[in-house]
Design a protein around this ligand. Structure first.
Ligand SMILES: Cc1cc2nc3c(=O)[nH]c(=O)nc-3n(C[C@H](O)[C@H](O)[C@H](O)COP(=O)(O)OP(=O)(O)OC[C@H]3O[C@@H](n4cnc5c(N)ncnc54)[C@H](O)[C@@H]3O)c2cc1C
Ligand SMILES: *[C@@H]1O[C@H](CO)[C@@H](O)[C@H](O)[C@H]1NC(C)=O
Ligand SMILES: *[C@@H]1O[C@H](CO)[C@@H](O)[C@H](O)[C@H]1NC(C)=O
Ligand SMILES: *[C@@H]1O[C@H](CO)[C@@H](O)[C@H](O)[C@H]1NC(C)=O
Ligand SMILES: *[C@@H]1O[C@H](CO)[C@@H](O)[C@H](O)[C@H]1NC(C)=O
Ligand SMILES: *[C@@H]1O[C@H](CO)[C@@H](O)[C@H](O)[C@H]1NC(C)=O
Ligand SMILES: *[C@@H]1O[C@H](CO)[C@@H](O)[C@H](O)[C@H]1NC(C)=O
Ligand SMILES: *[C@@H]1O[C@H](CO)[C@@H](O)[C@H](O)[C@H]1NC(C)=O
Length: 578
């Protein structure tokens, strides 16, 4: 599909991913087709997975009188108390991550079972939720799922926590392999793998989440690379997609530190991928995107010495008539101070929104507060010299985890925004001739809706860029820009319109100011035009070859994953070859 056609489609107001009509008859089977597996086939799958097959009911069903599906018929589902509880906790990751089918990105559900519908008589159907989930607890359950999907030609999804912003862990008419129970954690004092590394390592099961990995590492006196969000699946989409986090400017991306994966391939084999075995697969799984090359069952990563840590917070409120001064300060901050801060290993998230500007220094690992205060003094000075009144707060912590849990910026809502993103080249941010245009594009968004930047320096000094599949543009990026527009649960069409606003106005404006930039495949616009290039950069060709080698029939399909360009998702949710 060429870029022009994609743009034309999105300008027509229909989301581009769902309408790419072709005449192909090579399609996945969906319910209602003669070839759809019979009840007895599903029963036999359930036997093979020892009763772990779940026929899904969407999480919002407790707010509707009935759930109607082809698999379960009509089920009475309304429960006022459960519905109220669900609504009260809807924006928390915990609500969705232990559920077999709920994606945190609500815009990926097709609004088929809205938890905030005021009329309980309104319909609740399966929509884009996974139809069945295997609550896998061992490799044979995963192998049975892959075999079943291949035999019956149905769509297969790998689900872990459901965090994916692009909706890659959900999909209509599909069978999901759900990895949530794979929680093993093992400390290895002296690694003895083929790569020659002899230091400390940790092996994690596929279902381990950030907070569990961080706590386990701390119990061993070390730190591990995971994200800012405590509930993200570290072995799942996070590390396989690259993985930006609080230690990025010190130890690189999460994918840079992987020593080994164990993986179940499309053939159904359980294999090891490391620097000696299945080296191409090992390369691809380090940043080439999850849900693409196989089902990872475990990952072993290098870990590092824990150190004392400090954190800080700078706030500048927008009073309505100081916006010019704020953005003038932002320009100096981005072009002059931010590069120095990341080069010194300091992890920074800045946020702009109509209410003002925030700089969250979540983690300065290894730096006492006094040192951090000195690093940040020039930034505070930028804003005060513009007549603004920045508030400055900072704290000392004994270790990484205490800072991570205590410093502001760790409480993140889910299911509230639709996103777009862009990797901002350091060459643009620090070029006096170009940073003005970038900040103007940021201001266009930031005076309307939240926009943020997670800043890092993951150049060769802290990682091995040549060895991993991560988009090479990361190595010359100063910050990953993410913007969001609030979802409206009572006006679905406005959400679809806003997705197009993100693509055609907000992200496009940033793109025009940052030629040569790309986007982080885990934190980007699902409608990103020219996504192969933007998400994978110069690694696209090699990743495509590896996909063909390990998954020639595309058992694993995720939107915007390598290989997905050969498929289209039609309006009825059917997946067909283009
Ligand atoms: C609130 C929030 C904060 C975030 N913060 C950060 C951050 O600080 N840094 C950062 O880099 N990212 C961050 N992310 C993005 C995050 O990395 C991605 O959403 C990631 O895809 C989550 O992976 P998961 O396995 O938890 O999620 P899921 O949605 O369950 O899965 C994501 C993708 O991984 C695939 N997958 C899952 N498990 C496996 C497996 N075992 N084998 C193969 N494929 C698998 C799925 O098929 C899907 O394609 C954040 C996301 C959210 C919602
Ligand atoms: C679909 O088939 C018709 C008739 O064979 C053909 O004219 C048309 O170009 C095809 N469309 C696509 C997208 O292949
Ligand atoms: C998505 O919603 C639209 C409108 O309700 C509906 O026509 C379409 O069939 C839905 N798609 C799926 C896959 O359920
Ligand atoms: C999934 O399996 C685990 C482990 O057996 C179990 O504790 C959990 O309740 C199951 N979840 C669901 C939704 O069935
Ligand atoms: C605008 O700035 C002036 C001081 O320069 C201040 O007195 C006034 O309250 C501000 N107005 C608003 C709306 O904040
Ligand atoms: C998070 O969601 C809660 C409602 O559950 C809301 O009160 C709060 O303002 C939200 N926080 C942010 C930062 O959006
Ligand atoms: C990143 O930091 C290293 C030193 O740690 C430095 O050599 C390099 O110039 C910095 N900037 C970029 C863009 O890599
Ligand atoms: C959501 O949409 C409804 C209907 O269009 C509108 O009345 C309401 O103000 C919107 N809510 C928000 C928060 O924008």
């Amino acid at each position: 599909m060429n870029r022009l056609l994609l743009l034309a489609l999105s300008f027509s107001g229909v989301n581009a991913l769902s309408v790419r009509p072709s005449n192909s008859t090579e399609c996945r089977v969906i319910p209602g087709d003669a070839a759809w597996p019979k009840a007895s086939d599903w029963a036999s799958l359930n036997n093979q997975v020892e009763g772990k097959l779940i026929s899904n009911i969407p999480i919002g069903a407790v707010c509707h009188n009935t759930f109607v599906s082809s698999t379960l018929g009509t089920v009475n589902t309304y429960d006022a108390a459960k519905c109220n509880k669900l609504r009260a906790h809807w924006f928390e990751g915990e609500t969705h991550m232990s559920h077999p089918s709920s994606p945190m990105q609500y815009s990926a559900t097709n609004n088929s079972c809205n938890p905030f519908d005021t009329d309980p008589n309104s319909p609740c159907t399966i929509g884009n939720h996974v139809l069945y989930s295997i609550n896998a607890t061992k490799p044979s359950h995963i192998q049975a799922g892959i075999k079943f999907a291949k035999k019956h030609n149905i769509r297969l999804i790998i689900r872990n926590t459901g965090h994916d912003f692009l909706g890659k862990s959900t999909g209509p008419h599909s069978l999901a392999i759900w990895m949530h129970t794979f929680k093993s954690r093992e400390f290895i004092n002296k690694w003895n793998g083929p790569d020659g590394y002899k230091g400390k390592a940790i092996r994690l099961g596929a279902g381990v989440q950030g907070f569990e990995a961080y706590a386990f590492a701390q119990s061993k006196g070390v730190v591990i690379l995971s994200g800012n969000c405590p509930t993200v699946g570290i072995t799942g989409g996070y590390t396989q997609g690259g993985g930006i986090g609080p230690l990025s400017s010190i130890h690189g991306l999460a994918a840079d530190q992987v020593l080994e994966y164990t993986v179940i391939t499309a053939k159904g084999d359980l294999v090891t991928a490391n620097s000696k075995s299945n080296t191409d697969l090992f390369w691809a799984l380090r940043g080439g995107g999850a849900g693409t090359f196989g089902v990872v069952t475990s990952m072993t990563v290098k870990v590092f010495q824990d150190k004392r840590t400090s954190s800080a917070l700078i706030t500048v409120l927008d009073s309505g008539n100081n916006t010019d001064a704020i953005y003038s300060g932002v320009e100096t901050f981005i072009s002059v101070e931010l590069p120095k801060l990341v080069d010194n290993g300091i992890y920074i998230i800045w946020v702009l929104q109509p209410a003002g500007f925030l700089i969250q220094v979540r983690i300065a690992h290894g730096k006492p507060k006094s040192e951090l205060d000195a690093f940040l003094a020039p930034t505070v000075q930028i804003f005060s010299s513009l007549g603004l009144t920045p508030e400055y707060l900072s704290w000392d912590f004994p270790d990484f985890l205490t800072a991570y849990k205590t410093a502001p910026g760790g409480q993140l809502n889910v299911s509230d925004l639709m996103y777009g993103g862009r990797l901002i080249p350091r060459s643009v941010s620090t070029d006096p001739a170009r940073v003005g245009a970038l900040v103007a594009a940021i201001r266009h968004v930031g005076t309307r809706t939240p926009i943020s930047g997670v800043a890092f320096n993951v150049s060769g000094s802290v990682s091995s860029p040549g060895d991993v599949a991560v988009n090479p543009l990361f190595r010359t990026t100063l910050f990953n820009l993410v913007l969001g527009v609030y979802m409206n649960y009572s006006d679905w069409q406005s959400n679809m319109d806003n997705m197009n606003l993100i693509t055609q106005d907000y992200v496009r404006g940033i793109e025009q100011a940052t030629p040569g930039g790309g986007a982080y495949l885990n934190e980007a616009d699902v409608q990103q035009p020219n996504w192969q290039d933007a998400f994978y950069g110069s690694h696209w060709g090699r990743l495509s070859q590896i996909k063909k080698k390990y998954d020639p029939t595309a058992v694993f399909y995720s939107r915007t994953a390598v290989g997905s360009e050969q498929w289209e998702e039609r309006l009825d949710g059917r997946l067909c070859k283009v």
